[in-house]
Design a protein around this ligand. Sequence first.
Ligand code: ADP
Length: 513
Amino acid sequence: PDFFPDIAREELRRAAMDPEHGRLMELLGYRSMICVPITARGRVLGAMTFVIAGESRRYDQRDFELALDLARRAGQAMDNSLLFETVERGRRNAALLADASRVLASTPDVRSALREVGCLVGAQLGEMVQFVIADESGSYELFGWAAPDALDFVQRIRPLVNRLPAHAPVGVRHALSLQSVESFGEKDVVDLLARLPLSDDERALLGEVCAGITAPMVSRGKSVGAFVVRTRKKGRRYCPEEVELANDIAQRAALAISNSYLHRQATDAIQARDEFLSVASHELRTPLTALHLLVRTLQTPEGVPVPLTPEKLAIAERQILRIAKLVNQLFDLSRVTSGHLEMDLEDVDLATVVRDVAARMADEAFDAACTVAVRAPAPCVGRWDKFRLEQIVTNLLANALKYGRGKPVHLTVEDLGASARLTVRDAGIGILPEHAQRIFERFSRANPDRRYEGLGLGLYIIKQILEALGGTISVESEPGKGALFVVALIFGRKHGMIAARARRRAVSMEAAA
Ligand code: ADP
């Protein structure tokens, strides 16, 4: 067709279907012409045209048959080559997918794996390839690859695509909001850019992108990010197989990312458990050693019994109580983790509980040189578990004495109408802001040095008990100035009464109806 002026192309196509093609000859001024379609499996793939421009000879029937035969062979050859291309493309895609899967499975360092996969995919699919890993808070990280001559473009375009709104199909936010894979070509970019509020420079920069694929990365039903392919090659359009390939890679990457999260969680859990075991054995060994030494003083080297003095008895009791406390915490921990923390609900006055616990711990307060002041002016009765409330107050007061030695401790109980509020304030070492949330987690200790005994379990167990009772705990603190722990507890009984009242009203309305 390149031998013909542009005007003739459409005519040429038509002429291929029309053996007379008189109109075309007339148009072009050719003397004799054969024009036959090239077809394969019922599809027109092109046309073959022979012309005699100036000579007197005209094509005859034999020439025409020869042309038909040539066109048939050309059709077969073109069909074979198309088939070969399709098979070859499929093979290349399958090989790329296999390589990407191998890289993703070969290392727990998912970030470096994604960079390597980006490089593999980029060589085949586009000049810019990017994995966007997003977390629940909405922040994201980018890992990718760009062809050397696209690096500068990537630097320039990044700030722009980062701030594009979610409906702009080339922006990061859009990529993260996708439910299924999407692709676009040059025309889509032109349409899109016309609709976006951009400066001329920004529009020109984004306009350099000619085609792209964006695939959401979803694993175990949860979005973990998006996979993005972009090219500036004019006329490039991604075919369905390539879109599918990008989608497959996105799914494999998503699986690798969520596996890496699981891997990290598992390693953190194992590390926490190992640390806990070492802390727990240390904590148990200390009172056992003290008891052992004490027992050895109960007889002379010759084996003669030495009488037990009240002081020794007090030491023995303190160490046994310490062991008992540790064992009880471990027992509670196993109940919490197996979901067996049961509450024995009854009417309990929180004010009485706080006063009783403070009185019971007078000796410990004396040992810690702390004064303990309780302000609980009125009864504060709710439907709670008395033993568990005692446990909460005991633990918070014990912490206040432990971390606030020599300083006053204040306990208050207030009825706030819908809930009760218990506060425990000390003037001790306090807690750094970055540790304020962490201390309620399992095995978490804000003072890793062994100056203060403890398993890092007390606050975690308190939080679990409060969750079971419908309560919360929080802390306000300034390092060096002490800590204020605030417990809020809803009145189970009052809520019960409100619910019962609402039920009665519903029944009487029904009766009236
Ligand atoms: P532990 O048995 O280690 O005290 P907890 O769960 O009771 O365990 O407390 C967790 C961590 O919180 C402690 O290791 C300590 O670092 C910090 N903490 C708890 N109470 C206080 C407090 N009143 N003042 C300062 N730090 C505290």
